[in-house]
Write a protein that binds this ligand. Structure first.
Ligand code: NAD
Ligand code: UDP
Length: 338
């Protein structure tokens, strides 16, 4: 159910009834928290393109204004510098809640998940908006079931260095379901698996951005541990499509959104070598604590109920990210790093 848009201003709330999504005449009013970040900025592009009005809430902890600069001046776009651990009041139809430090390097210093999610659920309840939580495959911890199905409850160390993220997102899922069951808020939950693409933070420590930046800078690729741990890498446009289908569909979830193609870190390094520099060296480093040994989504549920599956393979998606990183690292100078 959505608010009728009888006015043109972003702050307008109609006194009228609600109409199904398919009947709406104007775009929706949508908040994207964390919209200046990697995934959020790609989502904003799609929503603006579709004709919606978008308010981004971001504190720029890892996000960048550059990711959104092409929307400046568009009357359907607003950017608010705000920390979601503080409440905010806005009149909107949908809330995509992405704000949260997502890289292990960052989240170890900043547990945002719980307070931010509570505030955004409070907003959703107050204005009758539909709320989508971007949860994570990390809720499965170091999984004892492979591939991971949504019904698996996970294997998480509650007192480890990763737990503020894992347990934070698990608590965020709990809060989301409690607001739904207890207070009738319309909710959606996505469990996102490792995602890569243009606009990723260059130095945020995640493996794909590390390897790509290292290969471009002619530095060795740092493989942690024995490099035999696995991850499944999803291109960002596939994720954004999945998030929008989930938000606009009829199913609460949780839904795994990820690419089932599974790679060891050594295999990933090899794809990066083939894409950027076949001479790139590999350097082994000690692995981080509690690192999950393997991860791969079972996406049967999303296929069946959302009609969604990834379309871009790692070998297709990686070159798109590489040209974006090359541009950001070296500008237009064609003589650099060729
Ligand atoms: P990102 O770091 O690029 O984006 C997060 C954004 O949230 C940034 O713009 C940051 O400035 C903002 N932010 C952080 N704390 C905030 C706060 N307190 N108030 C307001 N804004 C805040 O990361 P991303 O990869 O785009 O991740 C987006 C969401 O998807 C996150 O919730 C993350 O947990 C989830 N997710 C991502 C992946 C992935 O592989 N990219 C995997 C699983 C889940
Ligand atoms: N990793 C690596 N080299 C790096 C960064 C990470 O080998 O430079 C490994 C890391 O140990 C983990 C995997 O890559 O096994 C994915 O790490 P990332 O931080 O990207 O994501 P997450 O652990 O959250 O899945």
């Amino acid at each position: 159910a959505y608010q009728v848009h009888s006015g043109s201003s972003m702050g307008h709330v109609s006194a009228g009834g609600r109409i199904p999504l398919g009947l709406k005449k104007k775009g929706l009013r949508i908040v994207v928290t964390g919209g200046a970040g990697f995934v959020g900025s790609h989502l904003v592009d799609r929503l603006i393109q579709r004709g919606d009005s978008v308010i981004v809430i971001d504190n720029f902890f890892t996000g960048r204004k550059e990711n959104l600069i092409h929307h400046y001046g568009n009357p359907r776009f607003e950017l608010i510098r705000h920390d979601v651990v503080e409440p905010i009041l806005l009149e909107v139809d949908q809330i995509y809640h992405l704000a949260c430090p997502a890289s292990p390097v960052h989240y170890k210093f900043n547990p945002t998940s719980v307070l931010g999610t509570m505030n955004m659920l409070g907003l959703a309840k107050r204005v009758g908006a539909r709320f989508l939580l971007t949860s994570t495959s990390e809720v499965y911890g170091d999984p004892l079931q492979h591939p991971q199905v949504e019904t698996y409850w996970g294997n998480v160390n509650p007192i480890g260095v990763r737990s503020c993220y894992d347990e934070g997102k698990r608590t965020a899922e709990t809060l989301t379901m409690d607001y739904h069951r207890g207070l009738g808020v319309e909710v959606r939950i996505a469990r996102i698996f490792n995602t890569y693409g243009p606009r990723m933070c260059i130095d945020d420590g995640r493996v794909v951005s590390n390897f790509v930046a290292q290969a471009l800078r002619k530095e060795p690729l740092t493989v942690y541990g024995d490099g035999l741990q696995t991850r499944s890498f999803q291109y960002v446009s596939d994720l954004v499509e999945g998030l929008m289908r989930l938000m606009d569909g009829e199913h609460i979830g949780p839904f795994n959104l990820g690419n089932p193609g599974e790679f060891t870190m050594l295999e990933l390094a090899q794809v990066v070598q083939e894409t950027i520099d076949t001479n790139a060296r590999i350097e082994y480093r000690p692995n981080t604590e509690d690192d999950p040994h393997k991860r791969k989504p079972d996406i049967s549920k999303a296929k069946e109920l959302l009609g969604w599956e990834p379309a871009v393979s790692l070998r297709e998606g990686l070159p798109l990210m590489v040209s974006n990183f090359r541009q950001r690292l070296f500008g237009d100078d064609p003589t650099r790093n060729k």
